[in-house]
Design a protein around this ligand. Structure first.
Ligand SMILES: NC(=O)C1=CN([C@@H]2O[C@H](COP(=O)(O)OP(=O)(O)OC[C@H]3O[C@@H](n4cnc5c(N)ncnc54)[C@H](O)[C@@H]3O)[C@@H](O)[C@H]2O)C=CC1
Ligand SMILES: O=C(O)C1=N[C@H](C(=O)O)C[C@H](O)C1
Length: 250
């Protein structure tokens, strides 16, 4: 079996530490670099890394991935905060390195990926849909990347089905009481000590409610998805958004 040489960026962080352990324990993978703040990503090629996993912070992830692409290193990215404009800039970078693959995924937990897919399937059949995400209080961004992605998928499905705005008679609300508006879908963010990463999608019709809930109790829940992506990304040049694209979900 040939060995795949892997680097981890953000290696001192909560996710980075878990990824380092997972790569060290995974058959066929070799950890060749573990970088954090102040390490030079632009010199990573010297380590022989073929794939790099980025769990850093929204303000640096684009610069990291750009540096990886320019060195011909595939990237598996879990860091949140990607905008459409930033993704377009990556596509331009990738056009100059057509053999390189980049995966950006808001959530690597298989259950979360399925929850997002189920929510998109269900969205057209319900009058109302709202998303509640619940996380540890050390999280920097709100709402979560997963909740944004979920809300965007719900909005797309509603628009394709010709559904209009959801019923909501609110005319007076305290700041933030109705959550953030993501493409017309309300998203609520809870931060609570003891939590890891959780999401509930609430779908309502007259007389019924469907609740889709996913819980990551531990960061090991993200590792099968991360390792699957590390192994698959070399055969998938260009930009891929969402782990579902690598899971053959139909
Ligand atoms: N896609 C997914 O499945 C998941 C995504 N995340 C996302 O991953 C990101 C990281 O989350 P956590 O590990 O909880 O955060 P964290 O704050 O524990 O870790 C971030 C790490 O990045 C390091 N860092 C900062 N600048 C850097 C740079 N220029 N180069 C290399 N490292 C740098 C920090 O020193 C820190 O060690 C967040 O955006 C979070 O939302 C978190 C969990 C799962
Ligand atoms: O910061 C986290 O912890 C998580 N971040 C990702 C997100 O913002 O969606 C994925 C997961 O929710 C954990």
């Amino acid at each position: 079996m040939t060995t795949l040489r892997v680097a981890v960026l953000g290696a001192a962080g909560r996710m980075g530490r878990t990824v380092v352990e997972a790569v060290q324990d995974a058959p066929g993978l070799e950890l060749v670099a573990a970088l954090d703040r102040d390490d030079d990503v632009a010199a990573l090629a010297d380590t022989g890394a073929q794939v790099a996993v980025d769990f850093t912070v929204p303000s640096v992830t684009e610069a990291n991935v750009t540096a990886l692409i320019r060195q011909g290193i595939h990237a598996v990215v879990g860091t949140t905060g990607w905008t459409d404009e930033a993704l377009d800039r990556l596509r331009t970078e990738l056009a100059a390195q057509p053999q390189v693959g980049v995966l950006i995924a808001p959530n690597f937990a298989l259950g979360a990926v399925l929850a997002m897919r189920f929510a998109a399937m269900a969205a057209r059949w319900f009058e109302s849909a709202e998303v509640v995400e619940l996380h540890h209080p050390d999280k920097a961004d709100a709402p979560s990347g997963t909740a944004r992605h979920t809300a965007e998928a719900i909005a797309r499905a509603r628009s394709q089905a010709g559904l209009g705005p959801m019923p909501d008679a609110t005319t007076s609300a305290a700041d933030g009481a109705r959550g953030a508006d993501v493409d017309g879908v309300r998203v609520h963010a809870v931060r609570l000590r003891g939590l890891t990463a959780h999401e509930e999608i609430l779908l309502g019709n007259p007389g019924e409610q469907l609740t889709i809930r996913h819980d990551s109790f531990d960061r090991v829940s993200f590792m099968p998805g991360v390792l699957h992506a590390v192994r698959a990304i070399g055969d998938r040049p260009g930009l891929t958004v969402g782990l579902d694209q690598l899971l053959d979900l139909g």
